[in-house]
Design a protein around this ligand. Structure first.
Ligand SMILES: Nc1ncnc2c1ncn2[C@@H]1O[C@H](COP(=O)(O)OP(=O)(O)OP(=O)(O)O)[C@@H](O)[C@H]1O
Length: 258
């Protein structure tokens, strides 16, 4: 059974049509990444999936009793509220110190326990929200641009943490990300959104798709270079005729840059 299934979504915000004819689903345990240009409706899709935005047409079906963990891109909290990270985690359900620590550790925010919420950076804040989401033992974890502001090694480390969380909880993960290079290798499925679903599938398939290339160009170093690279590897040992060929392509693309 699918954890979440959306069919024919149409969402307008104010006068602005944001999503049209969007179908989307989440299977148990999979990592799905939503990519797309700025303003393409990625955050709106996540918010519609969790029920925070009502679609004008279409419907979202969630498995009855589904446990969701949602980490928004931003969340306003009152800066004058004296609230430590540990206290924030035990609202509204009390948790033990050990549970709080373990969740922070798992979210990559181990050192933040005693810090005031109001003093956290955007990235630290999201880690704390992730820790809070983990405490709810979600079946689906939805993350809106969780690697924003991280450098490349930082994001790669973050994706490894997400995979560990998935392995331990067995949860599905739906993420929005701009970081094509890292995303492509960390996802089971990529959905490319631009108001509608342009293309979707296995990361490699999407990276090669004409619709994806039209949006992101062929200068997405990582995404394409990564796969060229893997491709040459498989041929390295095989000593096939195709080897030089693949190798040439690799340089070709790297050379084209943007
Ligand atoms: N409350 C709102 N009222 C009117 N328009 C809105 C509202 N919220 C978002 N929008 C518009 O809807 C469109 C989609 O926004 P959304 O945040 O879903 O895009 P996104 O793909 O997540 O963008 P980004 O990559 O920049 O985060 C944008 O053009 C945005 O300006």
């Amino acid at each position: 059974m699918k954890l979440i299934e959306a069919q024919g979504l149409r969402v307008s915000l104010g006068e602005h049509p944001v999503l049209q004819g969007v179908d989307f689903h989440v299977d148990p345990g999979e990592i799905v990444t939503i990519v797309g240009p700025n303003g393409s409706g990625k955050s709106t899709l996540l918010r519609t999936l969790i029920g925070a935005v009502k679609p004008q047409a279409g419907k979202v079906t969630r498995k009855p009793g589904l446990r969701l963990g949602y980490v928004p891109q931003k969340l306003q909290i009152d800066a004058t509220l004296p609230l430590t990270v540990a206290r924030f985690l035990s609202l509204p359900h009390r948790i033990s110190r050990a549970e709080g620590r373990a969740a922070l550790e798992e979210a990559g925010a181990g050192a933040l326990e005693g810090r005031p919420m109001s003093g956290l950076s955007g990235g630290q804040f999201q880690r704390v929200l992730l820790a809070r989401a983990i405490l709810g033992k979600p079946e689906v974890l939805l993350l809106d641009e969780p690697t924003q502001g991280l450098d490349q090694p930082g994001s790669a480390a973050f994706y490894r943490q997400i995979e560990q969380i998935r392995a331990r909880l067995g949860c599905a993960v739906v993420m929005v990300s701009h970081e094509l290079h890292v995303v492509m290798s960390a996802s089971d499925r990529v959905v490319c959104l631009n108001g509608h679903v342009c293309c979707q599938g296995h990361p490699e398939t999407v990276a090669q798709a004409a619709e994806y290339r039209a949006l992101f160009g062929t200068g997405t170093h990582g995404a394409l270079a990564l796969y060229r690279h893997e491709h040459t590897h498989t041929h390295d040992h095989a000593h096939e005729r195709g080897h030089d060929h693949a190798h040439d392509h690799h340089h070709d693309h790297a050379g084209h840059g943007h």
